[in-house]
Each structure stands twice: as structure tokens, then as C-alpha cells.
Design a protein around this ligand. Structure first.
Ligand code: ZN
Ligand code: ZN
Length: 163
């Protein structure tokens, strides 16, 4: 037994060990394939879903604010500390709430709503649609049931085309 022989033996052992590490055991890799597919396919989908979910919840509050505008909303406070009521919109002076057009009574305190004339600025009850000061008529129409007069598209009934 010389030194070369023992070195060769060690070298062979090392190569044997390396071959086991480098060449994978294919049966175990095939067994892992479903997990790899799940991680490679479901993982990105799940990430995208999470991003959509996040995006949905980030953008959702804005829609809520838009919906709030349909109901009564607190009147903005001016620099003098008093609430500012936009002209032509019903409001409750007691609760400082501004109501959508068509409302006549406060949902919070039950008081009659007031409205300020957009033309002369005089306040009156929201039930009255004509200004007692300047005569301006505020048309209170509900958007849902209102019969809007639309211009008829196409030729007028009498103007038939020349045959
Ligand atoms: Zn009120
Ligand atoms: Zn007026």
C-alpha cells in the first residue's frame, strides 16, 4: 500500500460522493413536481389576487365618499366659524346638515329644512319652490322618477323625406 494507492482510494470515494450530490435522484424530483407546479402556478396567481384585493380595498373608500354625497352631509364651516350652506340646496340650520334636492325635513331632528335662494340669497322653507323675494322657481325634481323632456332625435314628424 503506497501513498498513491491510498490517495486514489480517497479520490474514488470523493467522486462517488460528488456523483450522488450532483446527479439528482429523479424519482424524488418527479415526486416533488406537483409541489413545484403548485408553487410556480398557484403562487403567482395568489400574489395577483392579493394585489387585486389590496387595490380593491384601497380604492373602495373613494366610492363610499361618492355615495355619501347622495345623502345629507355636514355643511362646511367657514372662516367665521359658522356653517356655509350652498344656495339652492335644502339644509338644516340646527344640525348644520346639507340635504340633496327634494328633501324637505331633517332626518336627525325632524325640523323643516330651509333653502337659500340661489339668485337673491333669501332663505325660506325647502317645501316652497318659488322665492317670495325675487320669484325664482327652484324646480325640485327627483332624478329617479322625473320625466325629463329630451329633444327628439331625427327628423321632425312633418318633415318627411322626399320620395
Ligand atoms: Zn336637523
Ligand atoms: Zn330669490
Amino acid at each position: 500500500m503506497g501513498i498513491v494507492d491510498s490517495l486514489n482510494a480517497g479520490w474514488t470515494q470523493l467522486l462517488d460522493l460528488l456523483s450522488k450530490v450532483i446527479i439528482p435522484d429523479w424519482t424524488s424530483v418527479v415526486g416533488l413536481l406537483p409541489i413545484l407546479i403548485v408553487l410556480g402556478v398557484v403562487g403567482p396567481i395568489f400574489t395577483i389576487l392579493m394585489l387585486f384585493w389590496l387595490w380593491y380595498f384601497v380604492t373602495k373608500p373613494r366610492r363610499g365618499v361618492v355615495q355619501l354625497a347622495e345623502g345629507p352631509y355636514p355643511a362646511p364651516i367657514g372662516s367665521d366659524g359658522y356653517p356655509i350652506f350652498p344656495p339652492g340646496e335644502p339644509y338644516c340650520y340646527h344640525d348644520a346638515l346639507v340635504y340633496p334636492p327634494g328633501a324637505t325635513r331633517c332626518e336627525t331632528c325632524g325640523r323643516e329644512l330651509l333653502v337659500r335662494c340661489p339668485k337673491c340669497g333669501l332663505g325660506r322653507a325647502a317645501e316652497i319652490d318659488t322665492c317670495g323675494n325675487c320669484g325664482l322657481v327652484l324646480r325640485i325634481e327627483k332624478r329617479a322618477g322625473g320625466k325629463a323632456l329630451r329633444p327628439v332625435a331625427g327628423p321632425p314628424p312633418g318633415g318627411a323625406a322626399v320620395a
